[in-house]
Design a protein around this ligand. Structure first.
Ligand code: HMG
Ligand code: MG
Length: 300
């Protein structure tokens, strides 16, 4: 067991974070947020979502956001796409990388994208073929990998099978999402080992929500297995619609602080990241949900 020398952070705050905030944030603020995240050294910043605005009003205007950002060479600004209509909107907004998102549980799939897992795979197949034809890169998400708010426990073999199918469609990486943050380190490690045995560790990213305060412990357990891509959200943006009052995605500041302490390279400037967390939290009129940011606010 050895920790990776380098980790890629996938910043999901402008999408996964803000889609779960009650307050709707204007496009100009999202553009400024993405600019600051770019300046802080992030190399992947999920910047929007081309889903139905009736389902997720917080992501309406993603076309303006994608049109308004200045894209830095070497930085990727992916957007979520659930179907061909979403892909058309993404193409019109000059998106170069998309993410498709499936679920490990049948009920979550129905509630989240209004179709069964099998139907969703058919849709993704069409989306992926069209996206690959245009030279776009595709990331795959699997939600509810460690538990579903409707069905409870999830079988790791089900997650592994889904990951294989998404990779087969052309996704370059699969992000394993503990959407409701119920995972604990041994379970998280077992899941990662099971999926990696089928698809290879180099194809996997981890995506923990901090609902039960387990995210950093889960991440550490997965780092020990060699995973080197971690999703996180600036200021811990996000909340969780299935657990009232719960925190959202693990905070990027806390992850980077831990990785710095472990001597793992990220290329991210922690001070700039903390400043960015305070900026977006100010827009939401609250403090960041990052312990590191609360402590280090005045020293940056
Ligand atoms: P539906 O209602 O079954 O769609 O929703 P439909 O095809 O029947 O169309 C209904 C209406 O939506 C039509 O408009 C379509 O044009 C429109 P109307 O005729 O009623 O005016 N429509 C669209 N509009 C804009 N963009 C589109 C689009 N598609 C249809 N792409 C649909 C199906 C998939 C659209 C819907 O369920 C949806 O948008 N779901 C998205 C839900 C979502 O974004 N969830 C959050 C992301 S997943 C996540 O957060 C987990 C993750 O972060 C990992 C983790 O945290 O663990 C990835
Ligand atoms: Mg998430």
């Amino acid at each position: 067991m050895s920790l990776p020398a380098k980790v890629k952070i996938v910043e999901v705050g402008p999408r996964d974070g803000l889609q779960n905030e009650k307050q709707i944030i204007p496009a100009e603020v999202k553009i400024e947020l993405i600019k600051r995240l770019t300046d802080a050294g992030l190399s992947v910043i999920e910047s929007g979502s081309f889903v139905s605005p009736k389902w997720v009003p917080q992501m309406a205007g993603s076309d303006k956001v994608l049109a308004g950002i200045t894209r830095k060479a070497g930085v990727s600004y992916p957007a979520l796409v659930p179907n061909i209509k979403g892909l058309e909107h993404a193409i019109a907004a000059d998106v170069e990388e998309i993410a498709v998102f499936g679920a490990a549980s049948e009920t979550f799939s129905l509630k989240n994208i209004n179709c069964s897992r099998e139907d969703s795979l058919r849709r993704f197949q069409t989306v992926c073929e069209a996206a690959l034809d245009r030279g776009m890169r595709i990331r795959g998400y699997i939600s509810c990998v460690l538990g579903c708010p409707y069905e409870g426990d999830v079988n790791p073999d089900t997650v592994a099978e889904l990951a294989q199918k998404l990779l087969h469609m052309g996704c370059y990486e699969i992000s394993l999402g503990d959407t409701i943050g119920v995972g604990t380190p041994l379970k998280a490690a077992h899941l990662l080992e099971t999926v990696a045995a089928k698809v290879g560790m180099d194809k996997l990213a981890i995506h923990f929500h901090d609902t039960y305060g387990q995210a950093l412990a889960n991440i550490y357990a997965c780092l020990e297995l060699g995973v080197s891509v971690i999703d996180s959200s600036i200021a811990g943006l996000g909340g969780c619609p299935y657990a009232t009052g719960a925190s959202g995605n693990v905070a990027s500041e806390d992850v980077v602080y831990m990785l710095d302490g472990l001597g793992i390279e990220t290329g991210i400037d922690l001070e700039k990241l903390i400043d960015t967390g305070w900026y977006i939290s100010g827009q939401l009129q609250r403090d960041p949900a990052s312990k590191v940011s609360l402590v280090l606010k005045n020293s940056c």
